[in-house]
Design a protein around this ligand. Structure first.
Ligand code: UDP
Length: 486
């Protein structure tokens, strides 16, 4: 394995024999999903560029897709990667939840991970182990390998983390299913979350993935601290509360927003979208995308098409074939649309809208699209990476959540900080058109959302600058890892 030699952040002479100490090294376990890999890789890059560290991203064999390989190959030399061996999950029931698959895979990988960490300890100055949200069982491997500092990286937000940290109590106090709660769920500092919007893996207590989430909640308490990809301005109250150490939860450091700094690697497939955007007026286009794997049922896809048409706004829409034949997150491990998505659009839609709209199959260079001056709104599934990217580029949102924690993100964004307008549950074309129009050019709520997003964009940038809150939080973590000697 090769490690780069990131520039040094301080002048510790380390080993006392006159030779400079090798750079501090951090091992990071990434559970499946580009949405987990990308922010953790960004954290690794930041540790390298700002703090002179090196890192190894440790991935699961189940995610060895071409997209992931290309992404890992594009990282700087200071960030290496290794894949764990494949594990057999064939004994799990068909249709097991993604959260269950990831958690099972992690537990079964503990022996292999222990060996790998022992090897990293031998070959690097390993100062810490970081696991992501479904990987806390790997702390057992770190402990067995004698890695002293075990941290958790939480790629979503402080609202979701608050919920998970309170889950052991909620498991006792909430007897019904969350979706049947008469009152919204109230947690310290958080926007009240209506029962049906609570984190999806918690919505069926008889499903093994609920038990897994409870298990993770207990495991999180073993972390020395939790790094979260969020920032104070977007959820100030939970930030205030979680930053304070308290019994039952480790210290929390908001270190975000960490998004892919270079906007993702360029590819010739990016050109049609970006060239089309170049020809559109400033802030005139609503970008429509449901993350790396999200797809809509046929009927909603049709209403969305007709709603966009009715809105009279320009649009750039990433379409996937509908989800009706499987779960809404069926594309999780592979973003390629399974069938021809165009076949499901209303008849004549593409032709009728060709002067104002562009429909692309499966994938678009999202960050470059959000950064483009022609983009004025983002209809999003509220995946947390998408939300952060939208805020970093100051793009107001229309919220259309699908799965995972997206519904509670939508509540937090629309009812809490006010950075989005949510499409009503009925998903009719008129309601869709109204939400899109309001965010793009409305004078009431839309104007307030646009102003709030501009404010959050500024706060996000300031936090990441030298001396800003997120930069200072990360510096404090590195100080703990290295004792100031890096
Ligand atoms: N993404 C992209 N192009 C697409 C769809 C998604 O570049 O057409 C990227 C997007 O920029 C984000 C990630 O994939 O970084 C999606 O992560 P998110 O957390 O928003 O949703 P998830 O994919 O986990 O549902």
């Amino acid at each position: 394995m090769e490690n780069g030699n990131g520039s040094s952040c301080c002048n510790g002479n380390g080993n006392g024999n006159g030779k400079p100490a090798p750079p501090p090294h951090v091992a990071m376990l990434v559970t499946p999903g580009m949405g987990h890999l990308i922010p953790l890789a960004e954290l690794a890059k930041r540790l390298a560029s700002r703090h002179g560290a090196t890192a190894t991203l440790i991935t699961f064999a189940s995610t060895a897709s071409a997209t992931q390989r290309a992404f890992l190959a594009s990282l700087p030399p200071a960030v290496a990667s290794l894949s764990l061996p494949p594990v057999d999950l064939s004994d799990l029931p068909r249709g097991a939840a993604i959260e269950t698959l990831m958690s099972e895979e992690c537990v079964r990988l503990v022996p292999a991970l222990t060996d790998l960490l022992l090897e990293l300890k031998r070959t690097t100055r390993l100062v810490a182990f970081v696991a992501d949200l479904f990987g806390a069982d790997s702390f057992d491997a770190a402990r067995a390998a004698g890695v002293g500092r075990r941290y958790l990286f939480f790629p979503t937000n402080l609202h979701v983390l608050t919920l998970i940290l309170h889950l052991p109590e909620l498991d006792v106090s909430v007897a019904s299913e969350f979706r049947d709660l008469a009152e919204p769920l109230r947690l310290p500092g958080c926007v009240p979350i209506p029962g049906p919007d609570v984190l999806m893996p918690l919505q069926d207590k008889s499903n093994p993935c609920y038990k897994w989430m409870l298990h993770h909640a207990a495991k999180y308490r073993e972390a020395d601290a939790i790094l979260v990809n969020s920032f104070d301005a977007v959820e100030p109250e939970p930030a205030k509360i979680l930053r304070q150490p308290a019994p039952g939860h480790p210290v929390v450091y908001p270190v975000g927003p960490l998004i892919q700094a270079d906007g993702g690697s360029g590819s010739k497939d990016d050109a049609p979208c970006l060239e089309w955007l170049d020809r559109q007026p400033a802030k005139s286009v609503i970008f429509v995308s449901f993350g790396s794997g999200g797809a809509l049922p046929t009927e909603q896809m049709r209403e969305l098409a007709l709603g966009l048409e009715l809105s009279g706004q320009r649009f750039l829409w990433v379409v996937r074939s509908p989800s009706d034949e499987g779960a809404v997150n069926d594309n999780y491990y592979d973003a390629e649309s399974k069938k021809d998505p165009f076949a499901y659009l209303p008849e004549g839609f593409v032709e009728r809208t060709k002067d104002v709209g562009l429909v692309v199959p499966s994938w678009a260079p999202q960050i470059k699209v959000l950064a483009h001056q022609a983009t004025g709104g983002f209809l999003t599934h509220c995946g947390w990476n998408s939300v952060l990217e939208s805020l970093v580029y100051g793009v107001p949102m229309v919220a259309w959540p699908l799965f995972a924690e997206q519904r509670q993100n939508a509540v937090m964004l629309s009812e809490g900080v006010g950075a989005a307008i949510r499409v009503p549950e009925s998903k009719g074309r008129e309601k869709i058109a109204a939400a899109v129009r309001e965010v793009m050019e409305g004078e009431g709520r839309g104007a307030a959302v646009r102003a709030k997003v501009a404010e959050l964009q500024k706060a996000a940038a300031e936090g990441l600058q030298e001396g800003g809150a997120a930069a200072a939080a990360l510096a404090e973590v590195v100080e703990k890892w290295t004792g100031g000697e890096c």
